[in-house]
Design a protein around this ligand. Structure first.
Ligand code: C2E
Ligand code: CA
Ligand code: CA
Length: 669
């Protein structure tokens, strides 16, 4: 009791005490868990209570059968026994019934009311038999009442209210009745029962308190377990869901793949979806817009979802799909085509309408695949192919891709152990100016001779070097070698050098390039750096700062492979460019393709308007040159004018040129 409680007036305290005393006789129905446990316990104990009651009553009735009136010795006990047996059967029947809270409470309340009622009736019946029979029969009445009430209180341990009322309604009249008989034995029995009852009440209280606490703590434990389960479910969801799109994430995707391996699924297809030029959306409109586009792309995939396809967002703008069922090439292309079409629909973000495409790479696992790393790598390879050659389309990994992949692995391995300083060299392809086809410069093109692989094309090894981070030392060696040769040329001839995305994507790397230019002794205005759009896409900010530094040095900048990307025009006015190189894919069919001619014409006009130099690459035939010249192009590069040649050949050519305007045959490398 707290000190505040002690300082309350006595009449309030006694009122409270009285109230809590009364409360002991009422069934508490607020705690459902407690009521459920009480009901479970009572369903085994109450049938035993009725069993005790009936057997004891039958025994008492038998000892009074001859002496008492038939009504009291047979009819009353028979009726009461039937009532008891009905209740016994009812309790046995409801034992396994899963009741709701209200039913449980009702069941306990009925029991708590019925118990004192039966107590009163049985007490009245037993005491009414006292008058009949001899001394033994009289003692039997006392024995019957004592043993029965103790047994019943014991059976009602889990329903304290009922046990207490029963004790009161039986023991009070019992004690009074037998004390008034004046018989010493019976008076002692009455006192004895009273004392035993008090002791039993104490036991009852202690037991009931323990029982209630036990239920409470097990309910608490259950709650805690449920809460732990809920939190762990929530964590599992968070750890496996991508919050932006609501799709499963990379971890869930890999688990799904692992699960299908474990389940022994022999063939599944893995698809990798990548949004083309998504980086541009982020750069141009900010990450919030980028996120909205990704969320919309995810929503479209969810909408497309089919039972045999599991979609996930793997990170960035890459989504994955695991396909079961029909894995025929036709079906994969059909499914991939539909997804590409869905993702090509315009994206509406606030008042912007954005257009993007998506490329997909598919790979089907072999029947004997043990790990999914291989199909994953293959799907990645197919995606790379789609990006290079079929943007916005699905590509399935094929045998041709496999040999290419093996070759790439060989190149990668060889490159890792290559002596770049010794094995790399540079060849030069002339750039000429019409109408007299005067050589105005050379483009430096890298070559790598390997002991076993022979001469490897830069189209192969530059990408490998970019992936393995060897590109930076490689660029430095190539630039160094290029400038050493170019310095020997006559004064007006320029040299073009190809910079990789990695070179301009790092200010450190560009500083080293600048140092090489300065140390070479080659005048910077005779150097041109060629960059491609992919170099700008990775980090536009750093790339444009790199170009600014080069420009500051006096080096010229050319945008290479113009027209192959999607957004070339957006860069033209945002960068300090001097030249545009129109990609050779426009030249290939320029003779017969009128639309292609119009595109080239508009690029040439654009360059003229922006005061940019323009070179067309890939001129292989006289007719092409004629058309290009008519379209307004005066500078060209291509096999017709000269294939890439060795540094010595360039020097020899320069000597020849002093004698004729265009050499009859150019030595090629
Ligand atoms: P690019 O910069 O577009 O270089 C032009 C490529 O087209 C060269 O291939 C050249 O040999 C080829 N070519 C020139 N004229 C014609 C023609 O009339 N018809 C045809 N079909 N092809 C022609 P190459 O030397 O194999 O170089 C391929 C690519 O490798 C280059 O494309 C460039 O992107 C890259 N690359 C070359 N050298 C270097 C380098 O030193 N550093 C870096 N980072 N990349 C380089
Ligand atoms: Ca180039
Ligand atoms: Ca080019």
């Amino acid at each position: 009791m707290t000190s505040r409680q002690l300082h309350r007036p006595w009449f309030i305290r006694s009122k409270e005490f009285f109230r809590s005393g009364i409360g002991l006789f009422a069934v508490s129905v607020e705690n459902e868990e407690l009521n459920r446990s009480q009901s479970v316990a009572l369903s085994t104990q109450i049938p035993l209570l009725y069993f005790i009651l009936v057997t004891n009553s039958v025994a008492l009735a038998l000892t009074h059968l001859a002496s008492a009136p038939l009504f009291l010795s047979a009819v009353v006990p028979a009726v009461l026994s039937v009532i008891c047996l009905v209740r016994l059967v009812w309790w046995r029947r409801t034992r396994h019934v899963d009741a709701d809270a209200a039913t449980l409470a009702r069941r306990l309340r009925i029991t708590a009311r019925l118990v004192p009622l039966l107590g009163v009736v049985f007490t009245a019946w037993a005491l009414s038999l006292y008058r009949y029979g001899d001394a033994y029969a009289k003692v039997h009445v006392a024995f019957y009442m004592s043993i029965t009430v103790i047994g019943c209180i014991f059976c009602l341990m889990h329903l304290r209210a009922a046990a207490l009322t029963l004790a009161v309604v039986v023991i009070v009249p019992f004690s009074i009745f037998f004390s008034l008989t004046g018989n010493a034995v019976l008076v002692l029995i009455a006192v004895n029962l009273l004392l035993v009852s008090i002791a039993m009440t104490v036991v009852l209280f202690v037991h009931y308190r323990h029982f209630a606490r036990l239920i409470e703590s097990s309910a608490d434990l259950k709650m805690k377990q449920l809460e732990t389960q809920r939190l762990s479910d929530e964590n599992f969801q968070l750890a496996n869901l991508d919050s932006l799109t609501g799709l499963p994430n990379r971890r869930a995707f890999l688990s799904c793949i692992a699960a299908s391996t474990l389940a022994g699924e022999s063939r599944v297809a893995i698809g990798l979806i990548d949004l083309d030029d998504f980086k541009l959306v982020n750069d141009a409109y900010g990450h919030a817009t980028g996120d909205r586009v990704l969320a919309e792309a995810g929503r479209r995939l969810v909408e497309f979802r089919q039972p045999e396809i599991f979609f996930a967002r793997l990170g960035g703008d890459e989504f994955g799909m695991l396909i079961r069922g029909d894995l025929s090439a036709d079906e994969l292309m059909r499914c991939g085509g539909t997804i590409c079409r869905l993702l090509r629909q315009p994206y509406q973000v606030a008042d912007l309408t954005l257009r993007l495409s998506a490329s997909i790479g598919f790979a089907v696992s072999d029947a004997d695949t043990v790990s999914f790393e291989l199909p994953f790598e293959r799907a990645d390879h197919a995606l790379y192919h789609a990006k290079q050659n079929a943007r916005g389309e699905p590509v399935i990994f094929s045998h041709a891709h496999e040999s290419e992949r093996r070759r790439t692995a060989l190149v990668e391995q060889a490159l890792a152990h290559a002596n770049l300083e010794r094995e790399l060299f540079v060849v030069f392809q002339p750039i000429v100016e019409l109408p007299d086809q005067r050589i105005v410069g050379f483009e430096a093109l890298a070559r790598w001779t390997h002991d076993k692989l022979g001469i490897v094309s830069p189209a192969e090894f530059i990408k490998c070097a970019e992936r393995s981070n060897r590109i930076l030392p490689m660029s430095e060696i190539l630039l160094w070698k290029t400038l050493r040769h170019a310095k020997q040329w006559r004064n007006a001839t320029c040299v073009s050098f190809n910079l990789s995305a990695r070179d301009i994507g790092s200010l450190d790397a560009i500083q080293r390039i600048i140092r090489i230019v300065l140390a070479s002794g080659m005048p910077p205005h005779r150097i041109e750096m060629e960059i491609t759009e992919t170099a700008l896409v990775s980090d536009f900010g750093v790339a444009s700062e790199s170009l600014r530094l080069l420009k500051q040095l006096g080096v010229r900048i050319a945008l290479d492979d113009f027209g192959t990307g999607f957004s070339s025009l957006t860069y033209v006015h945002r960068l300090p460019l001097d030249k545009i190189k129109i990609d050779r894919s426009f030249v290939r069919d320029i003779v017969e393709n009128v639309a292609g001619q119009k595109v080239v014409k508009s690029i040439i006009d654009l360059c003229r308007n922006l005061d940019l130099d323009c070179v067309v690459e890939g001129a292989e035939a006289e007719e092409q040159v004629q058309i290009l010249h008519e379209l307004g192009c005066s500078k060209m590069q291509g096999y017709l004018f000269g294939k890439p040649m060795s540094a010595e050949a360039v020097l020899a050519l320069a000597a020849d040129e002093q004698h004729s305007a265009r050499p009859a045959a150019l030595r090629t490398v």
